[in-house]
Design a protein around this ligand. Structure first.
Ligand code: BG6
Length: 475
């Protein structure tokens, strides 16, 4: 075992993330203010682990003061969450603000600022209003793009004095991939064309919100939180390389290229045309996207994605799916988080960083989410009642190490944020896999308790030194 230490630069963000729908709960929510997530939960509660979902969540809406005090105790420099679009208005089309909800957001921001924690705000973390989903088809509609830009305008106008870092979406590829491409989530409609239309409209909505933000001259930066899956081919053979290239094109470059370079990859446009799933867009859309790229990117990274060339011909009876170009590859001997079923490979952070440096004009970026969801954490509770999550400390240390290494290698890495601040509700898995630096005790009134990892976090924030042991011996 070797012991390594790394100095953490003073301006390096050390934070944690959450989202509105995964923490707030429905207290104070008015009829007609469901998000797509709420609507899905109401229709298919049976697929949510033990029936838990967004209804109570962690009740952050009522307990945010307690949580901000814990953030201070854990030493967070930054906290990222979202504003819940579905609750921000009582009338989406006429942009009538729900004053109670807006006051709550104001209070949360004030509480964070008083505690010396910088808020980072996302405009959408899957909280598309259900009404716009039901009546307009969600992001398939241009009208929804317009309504989002109006929403962004209202939010900027109201909170620009308190927030300096804005993000349009969290993981913009996710909802439509689960709903329209893989049809795993309500309303389970397989339609690849709709999937691509949502992708395009989210790119356009990002560019339009950026344009508005800059025209109004608001202070601070605006970007997006993406989840590029670092994709490794099984082998160096051309067919496996192509599989990785196509996976990357459809799930990563579809957002990275327009947001950082202002245009779609030619290969993507050609491939979509060939498969007759090209989306509708105008020349003006492309011009707006070209002129309004992001200032910075948040990058969510959890696990590597490994692919190989498909072993079977595509079934021509089924609609086009990018999976006709690849299939998953399982690396024998891989290290696993068996609770979540995700491979552990900290090198993804360094590899992604180097790609941002070389292929994406060394754009400023930070790890916006990285974390480890573990089942049954009660088994690690010590006699003082504290969950001793050494596995999480090890996971964070190894990933933070890669981020610091990437910064030393000249990438524009601004910081590292963990998912999540407290345990919270995951889509379907609900409270099954626990992610928090802080435990939410479901058996006892959702009481909060710092885990060992929260004390570790505080210590690295105070010392600005990361120390870790690396197993580098030939044994
Ligand atoms: C990210 C999302 O993809 O991963 C979060 O931004 C999510 O909303 C987190 O909770 C962890 O994934 P999961 O599926 O275990 O909740």
């Amino acid at each position: 075992m070797a012991s390594i230490t790394k100095t953490i630069p003073d301006d390096f963000i050390l934070g944690a993330a959450a989202s509105a729908w995964q923490t707030e709960g429905w207290q104070g929510k008015q009829p007609g203010q469901d998000s797509w997530m709420d609507a899905w939960y109401k229709r298919e509660r049976h697929v949510w682990h033990n029936g838990y979902g967004p209804a109570v969540a962690t009740n952050f809406y009522q307990r945010y003061k307690e949580d901000v005090a814990l953030m201070k105790q854990a030493g967070l420099t930054h906290f990222r969450t979202s504003i819940n679009w579905s609750r921000f208005f009582t009338d989406y089309r006429n942009a009538v603000v729900d004053e109670d909800y807006a006051t709550y957001i104001d209070n949360v921001l004030d509480e964070l600022i008083r505690a010396g924690i910088e808020p980072m705000i996302c405009l959408e973390h899957y909280e598309l209003p259900a009404e716009l989903f039901d009546n307009d088809g969600g992001w398939a509609s241009r009208e929804v793009v317009e309504l989002f830009v109006r929403y962004a305008g209202k939010v900027f106008e109201r909170f620009h004095a308190k927030v300096r870092r804005w993000y349009t979406f969290n993981e913009p590829v996710v909802v439509q991939t689960r709903v329209y491409l893989d049809a795993l989530r309500w309303p389970h409609e397989q339609n690849t064309g709709t999937w691509m239309q949502w992708n395009h409209h989210k790119n356009l909505a990002t560019a339009r919100a950026i344009q508005l933000f800059r025209e109004k001259g608001y202070p601070g930066t605006i970007g997006c939180i993406l989840n590029p899956e670092v994709t490794y081919p099984r082998s160096s053979a051309a067919h496996d390389q192509k599989a990785a290239q196509m996976y990357d094109l459809f799930y990563n470059r579809v957002f990275l290229d327009p947001m950082v370079h202002g245009c779609y990859p030619e290969l993507l446009l050609d491939t979509l045309a060939r498969h007759e799933v090209a989306w509708h867009y105008s020349e003006n859309d492309l011009a707006v996207m070209r002129d309004n790229c992001v200032d910075e990117l948040g990058i969510n990274l959890y696990y590597p994605h490994r692919v190989q060339a498909p072993s079977h011909a595509w079934n021509p009876e089924t609609p086009f799916h990018p999976a006709c170009y690849y299939e998953p590859f399982t690396l024998p001997g891989r290290r696993m988080n068996t609770s979540r079923g995700w491979e552990i490979y900290p090198q993804i952070i360094y590899d992604m960083a180097m790609r941002l440096k070389t292929d994406y004009r060394n754009i400023p970026w930070f790890i916006a989410e990285n974390g480890m969801g573990i089942e049954n954490e009660g088994r690690f509770r010590n006699s003082d009642g504290v969950i001793e999550d050494d596995y999480r400390i090890e996971f964070y240390s190894e990933h933070l190490f890669q981020a610091l290494r990437a910064r030393e290698a000249g990438t524009n890495c601004l910081g590292y944020m963990v998912w999540a601040f407290t345990d919270n509700v995951s889509p379907m898995n609900a409270f099954k896999n626990r992610y928090g630096l802080v435990e939410i005790d479901l058996e006892n009134n959702r009481d909060r308790r710092l885990k060992k990892s929260a004390y570790w976090f505080r210590q690295i924030r105070d010392s600005r030194v990361l120390a870790l042991s690396v197993d580098d011996e030939w044994k």
